[in-house]
Ligand binder design. Sequence first.
Ligand code: HAM
Length: 420
Amino acid sequence: MIKTVKGCKDRYEKDIKLFQYSKRVLSETAEQYGYTEIVTPIIEYTELFQRSVGQDTDIVEKEMYTFEDKGGRSLTLRPEITASIARSYVEHHFETIPSPLRLYYIGPCFRYEKPQKGRYREFYQFGVEAIGDISPLLDAEVISLAFTVAKRFSLKEIKVKLNSIGCKKCRPLYKDALKNALKLRYDDLCDDCKKRFYTNPLRILDCKKESDELKKSLPKIADYLCEECKEHLDAVKKHLTLMDIPFERDSSLVRGLDYYTKTVFEVVSTNLGAQNALLGGGRYDYLIEELGGRHVPAVGFAMGIERLITILEAEEKTVEKRPIIYIAYQENALKETMDIASILRDNDFIVLMDVKGGNFKKQLERSAKQHSLYTIIIGEEEKEKRVLQIKNMETKEQKEIPSDQIITFLKDHIKGEKNA
Ligand code: HAM
């Protein structure tokens, strides 16, 4: 038997319902904040991620699905989407559009990671990018959007963690101080962190293998931020407070991608286990410039939709099912049946027509198995009299109504349902 590729999954039944529902709420929320959708290709030239996410990150070093196409070009299945948006911005001269440019996306990403709960090799990201302004209000807006999303899904047990990782001016000073402190503890570091010591020492701060004791003993970025970064962070905090968004400062939050400057944040949930980040993001003021564009500051975040669904499942959220209308009929009333099915579908009802035929008892049994709300019954007599029998499958009550009143009847009787 051929199975799904390791770390990937098929979506069906309950999962696909929550997936569709999540995508709908996420895009509606983004649109309410004035963000418009962008779709970019799933494959990009490998160089894009090497130059943006960063050569020394786990993603680029170990996790990319990279291959050569028949023309000998190195291509990569995108491990994230911010780099693609920045590429698209430069390629299509989006700087000519009034800024800030507010974009959102939903699509699959691929990372060759060890699969476990909340961590897949193919996963979907919903993300937003606000491009073209340095204002801390934009950071707060993006965090507020993330928080609103969590509220829309009524998520409990969530926390916004916030930090600043400085800029090109102040971060090198902090890196030096960090390396000086880490030098004395080098032998205690795990094998990955021994490498990170040389390539990306900030990542040691969020390595799960290192002890809290070690992390606590290290210098804090807060003490090394330049005036500009400090003011920026203070302003973001002020705006979040004005918006009643609870957050906590986490000085060990550094994020795993190289393009960040100043603000970084995550929304975490205790319902997620070890992979507790529902979403993560931050500012990336130099990325567009580094990909050949102008100096265009930007900020954004991305959320793993599988992680959102994990929380929804843990909190026992279900998506209300739209009612099914089943049609049972006699062969000589097939034309009338098809006409009714078509009218109902035009009015946004979900219609299942029996296909096996046979007597009405059998057709009603099949209707019950489909968990339909109503069964419409059309036989010879109904056809002649231009009426329908309509049976409520829950109460078992059956009524005769004129055929041309079916829409009004269903709309009146299925109150509060989305399709009525
Ligand atoms: P990231 O933290 O690498 O950031 O990923 C964002 C989110 O994607 C994570 O918080 C998590 O929910 C989800 N995620 C990541 N890896 C996996 C996985 N293997 N399985 C399931 N879910 C996963 C970024 O990707 C940045 N581009 C975010 C950003 C946008 N920064 C600025 N703008």
